[in-house]
Design a protein around this ligand. Structure first.
Ligand code: ADP
Ligand code: MG
Length: 258
């Protein structure tokens, strides 16, 4: 990816990321009797963006949650930077893999700055002053330095989601997972969050993004993956997936969403 800015966000040199590679091998995951992921395999190169599309219930969220072990897979492997993470402690793994959810999950009784500083201070055990400085830097990066002292309820949905992204970035993740990060936002707020995500991509973060924003997937993704019924049905470049779908299932899905 080139480094030309695509948004109004700050582009200082220290904001370059060193994203890790991610490989998923034959991942199988079930909830009781229900088989949700069936031998899913996927390779994500360092510093690239993979968008996952597909109908509701196809296993997209479960795949993300299998990567950072919010759910435990039955079989298969998840390899980050060349090493299996399935034997790591889930808490340690989640320091390396940031996740952003549809509902921002901010602490309501803490300011934006406190929300971002909390994990570096309490979990990474940075000195408090350092954690707050880092939090201030991250908030600036997402364009919210003026809102540092606001609690979530005094921020728009788009601003809350940018705080959630800053919070994930404050842990210096090697990979960022986004699960429908813009689905709960009012339409006019979607673009700011998508621009921020495109910005992270340009700066070298490795990102796996479940999204319904087909325009974003087409423009920003290096790879687009179509899931249906717990399987990856097709994966390819945005051109391959959107302009030349091979399977009837993907053609049907695209005809419904485009
Ligand atoms: N915690 C859970 N317990 C039982 N079933 C679940 C759980 N989470 C998801 N599922 C089921 O797994 C399937 C895939 O869900 P999900 O990964 O959320 O799909 P998507 O994100 O593509 O909409 C669905 O059938 C869903 O009902
Ligand atoms: Mg989902």
């Amino acid at each position: 990816m080139t480094s030309s800015p695509v948004s109004s966000f700050d582009t200082d040199e220290h904001l370059t990321f060193h994203g890790a590679s991610v490989e998923i091998r034959d991942l199988t995951l079930a909830f009781g009797e229900i088989q949700v992921l069936r031998k899913v395999s996927l390779k994500v190169a360092p510093g690239t963006t993979t968008c996952i599309i597909g109908p509701s219930g196809s296993g997209k969220s479960t795949l993300l949650r299998g990567i950072n072990r919010l759910h435990e897979p039955q079989s298969g492997d998840v390899i980050v930077s060349g090493r299996s993470v399935l034997k790591d402690k889930p808490d340690a793994l989640r320091l390396r893999i940031g996740m952003v959810f549809q509902h921002f999950n901010l602490f309501p009784d803490h300011t934006a700055l406190e929300n971002v500083a909390m994990a570096p201070w309490k979990i990474k055990k940075l000195p408090k002053a350092k954690a707050y400085q880092l939090a201030a830097d991250r908030l600036k990066e997402v364009g919210l330095e003026q809102r540092a002292d606001h609690r979530p309820r005094y921020l728009s949905g788009g601003q809350q989601q940018r705080v959630a992204i800053a919070r994930a970035l404050a842990m210096d993740p090697e990979v960022m997972l986004f699960d429908e990060a813009t689905s709960a936002l009012d339409p006019e707020l979607v673009k700011g969050v998508l621009n921020l995500m495109a910005d992270l991509c340009q700066r070298g973060m490795t990102m796996i993004v479940v999204t319904h924003e087909m325009g974003f997937a087409r423009k920003v993704a290096d790879q687009v993956v179509f899931m249906d019924e717990g399987e990856i049905v097709e994966a390819g470049t945005p051109g391959e997936i959107f302009d030349n779908p091979q399977s009837a299932r993907l053609r049907r899905f695209l005809s419904e969403v485009l």
